[in-house]
Design a binder for this molecule. Structure first.
Ligand code: FES
Length: 138
């Protein structure tokens, strides 16, 4: 079975320490802010099990530089982990948003659009598909 979806998400965060901005290795399609390249991969690769992504939420995969969300059952989206405001790594998904710990930007889990600034542009989206029980980054 295969389902395809691509989105972005963000979550609010506010912390005393500002994580260092990050850049993503690799390259790929961009549909969001476009500050960072897509994860370094050209061939489809499994990144998570479907059961790893909560319905109505998502999960950050720091090692893979990707945030996967599932706004509705069976609807999966992939987003860059890099905040479009100043490049910090997004670190949480909560209450329908993907959150940045640096200055509190939040992005919608449905499409990566900005829900709360200071970010002004949405997250870069990565195409994903479901292959059996696995979510594959295309
Ligand atoms: S770097 Fe994310 S809100 Fe500033």
């Amino acid at each position: 079975m295969a389902g395809i979806g691509a989105t972005a998400a963000c979550a609010p965060a506010a912390g005393p320490a500002t994580p260092a901005p990050t850049a993503e290795p690799g390259n790929g399609p961009s549909t969001g802010a476009g500050l960072q390249p897509a994860p370094a991969s050209r061939a489809p690769r499994p990144v998570a099990n479907v059961s790893d992504i909560p319905v109505g939420g998502g999960r950050v995969f720091p090692d893979l530089r990707v945030v996967l969300t599932q706004p509705a059952r069976g609807e999966f989206h992939g987003f860059s982990i890099v905040c479009t405001h100043d490049g910090c790594e997004l670190n949480a998904v909560a209450d329908g948003t993907i959150d940045c710990p640096c200055h509190g930007s939040r992005y919608a889990i449905t499409d990566g659009s900005v829900v709360r600034g200071p970010a002004r542009t949405g997250l870069r989206t990565y195409p994903v598909a479901v292959d059996g029980d696995e979510i594959v980054l295309l």
